[in-house]
Write a protein that binds this ligand. Sequence first.
Ligand code: ATP
Ligand code: MG
Length: 588
Amino acid sequence: MTAPVPVANFLRTQIERDLAQADWQPGRRFGGSPGDAAHHADAPADPAAIRTRFPPEPNGYLHIGHAKSICLNFGLARDFGGACHLRFDDTNPEKEELEFVEAIKEMVQWLGWSWEHAGCSHLYEASSYFDFMYRAAESLVQAGLAYVDEQTPEQMRANRGDFTTPGVDSPFRDRPAEHHLARLREMRDGRHADGAMVLRARIDMASPNINLRDPALYRIKHAEHHATGTRWCIYPMYTFAHPIEDALERITHSICTLEFEDQRPFYDWLLEHLARLGLLARPLPHQYEFGRLNLSYVVTSKRKLRQLVEEGHVSGWDDPRMPTLIGMRRRGFTPASIRAMVEGTGTTKSNAWIDYGVLEGCLRADLEGSAPRAMAVLDPLRLEICNYAEVLGEGFDACRAPAHPQHPELGERHFSFGPLLWIEREDFAESPPKGYHRLYPGNKVRLKAGHVIECIGCTKNEAGEVVAVQARVLPDTKSGTPGADAVKVKGVITWVGAHEALPAEIRLFDRLFTDPQPDSGGKDFLAALNPASLRVVQGFVEPALGKAEATSHWQFERHGYFVADRVDHAPGRAVFNRTTTLKDNWSK
Ligand code: ATP
Ligand code: MG
C-alpha cells in the first residue's frame, strides 16, 4: 500500500531517536517466535528494526477507535522497517468468543495491514504464554517479590489506602517464600475457591502510585478458557500478563492509551525483575502512551456498542450506523479513508475529539476521483412528456454521459429518454419560491445529459397532492448535439426513464446520536439516540446499475456517495446505502 506522508508525532520522534542510538539495535535478538530469555539468547539479530503490536481482547468487534491503534502500530512498523504483531489478548476466560477472532483478523487485513514480516507470521495468542506466566509467578515468589494474600477482598480494598492515605501491609505479606510457593501451587491445583486468595507483587504499600501497592498478579477463577479449556483455574491479571506478552514477543515499543500511564512503573518493575531472574531477554520493551481517538456523535466503548446491538437500537454489529469497522465497511467507508483520517489527525498525549466531518471529508476525498456517477431519483414524481411522439417519434431516444467527468477512461453510461420519466418531487413547484429555477408551469429546465423541457402543468389527486407533471420537449436541445445550447435555461434536473429505471431500496442514514459527546461525563448515551437515524426510501436508479456489484461505490448525482449493500443487494433486488452526502451536512 502507498504510505501517506506521515504526520510527525512524539512516537515517531522517539523511534527515530532510538534507531539513531548506536547501542540500541545490536543487543536485540529474535528467536523467530515468542519465547523466554533462553529462546532468544543465541538467536540471530532481530530482522525487524522495531516491533510493535496491536493487542485486542477478542470480546467484541473492532471499532473506529481500534483503527487508530491499528494504523498507528502497523504504520510505525511499516515506516521504520519493523514488524507489527497481531496478538489476541485472551487471558480472561469466559469473555472471549472465537467469532470475534476471525472478525478482527479480517478487519486488520481490510484496513490494509499484514502481520507477516521477513517471512514470519506474527499472529499470537496471549493464552499460549500461560505456562511462562506461571513460571514467572513462581520465580517472583521464590525471590521474595510476590506473595499469596489471603485477606478478603474487602480487607484488601480497605488496606490499600487512597491518594492521601498510605496502604497497610497484609498480615500474610512477610511469611516465608516457601509458604507462599506452597499456597500458589495449591491455587494452581484447584484447592481453593474463587476469591479465596490472590497472588500479589511485593512492592510498597505506601507508594504514592497506588498501582505499586502490591498489585494482584493472579486470581483464582474456576472457568473454562476457549483455548486452554480447564487446564488452568488461576488466570493472570492484565497488568501482569501484558508486559510479559510484550517481552516474550520482543516488542520494542509497546504503545497503549493514556489510562495506562500510571501502570508504566509496574510494567518496568515487573520486566526488570524477570530479566534479572534470567527469565526474560534484554533489551526490554518500553511502554508509551497516547491519547485515544474520540469521534463526535459516536460512542466507541465496546460495552455500549454491545448494548446498542442487544437492545435492538441497531440491526446488528454491522449496522451501517455503527462505528464498528464492519458497520463502517457496510456503510461504504473505504480503508483508505479510515487510514487517512487516523493518520491525518495526529497522535498526541491528550485524548482528542475529532469532528465526524473530518472522517467524511477523507471519505469524499477518496471517492471523488474513483466513484462512477449515476442518476438516481429518491423521491419519485412522474413526469409526462406530452409532445414526445411529435418531436422524437416512436421508440426511446438514446442518451449518454461520462461515467466520471474527470476520468474519460472510465467510459460512458447509456440510458434513454422516453415519454414517461421519474424526477425528484422537490424539482417541481406549482408556485415557485423566489429564486427557484426548476420545474414550474411556464419554466424551462435541462434534463441532465438530455433535452430541454418546458413545464406545462400538473395533475393532482383528490387530496390536492401533485401526482404527475406535464412538460413538452424542445426540439434540437439534446446535450452534446449541435445547437443544443441555443435555448438558455437556469436549472438542470436529474431524471431516469420510467421505461428502464431500476427500482431500488435506498437507505439514508443520519448520525446515530444527536449529542456530539453522547457518553461524556457519565451521560445516558441512549437518551441521545437519534430517532431518525435511518430512513428507507423506494427510488429508481439508472439501468446501468442493474449490473452493480455488491460493495461497489457510486456517486448518485447531487445525492451523495452510495454503496451497493454487501448483505442485501443481489440480482433482482437493488439495495444501496448512502455512505455520505456530497458536502458537509453535519455542521448545519
Ligand atoms: P473498549 O473500551 O471499547 O472495550 P478496549 O481498549 O478495552 O476498548 P481492546 O480490545 O483491549 O479494547 O483494545 C485493543 C487496543 O485498541 C488497545 O491497545 C487499546 O488501547 C486500543 N484502543 C481501543 N479504543 C481506542 C481508541 N478509542 N483510540 C485509540 N486506541 C484505542
Ligand atoms: Mg481492553
